[in-house]
Design a protein around this ligand. Sequence first.
Ligand code: FES
Length: 114
Amino acid sequence: MATGSGQEGFVDVAAAADVYDDEPYGVKVNGQRVVLCKVDGQLYAVGGLCSHQYAELDEGELRGCVLMCPLHNSGFDVRTGQAIQLPATQPIPTYAVRVENGRVLVSLHPVTPG
Ligand code: FES
């Protein structure tokens, strides 16, 4: 199994030009839902499922660095994955992101587990 650490274990998920500031962009990484979030031109990738109940976070709103769950309005800091607004109390995973040749690459495995 790939470790997903360092420079290895990244997967191409999207064209960088398709990801817009403040618009969550859902992708699949290693079979898992992941959301790309662009904040002030900086890309972040977090797990795509809420840690409270079942909700898909790419359907939520991105307010600054905070990704809002569409079901009960929990908020997650996309830089850290931390839940910063109830009812969720547990973090969501974060993934490493890089852009190469206009493509967005995301680590196969989370860098923080959520
Ligand atoms: S399912 Fe996300 S806040 Fe409840």
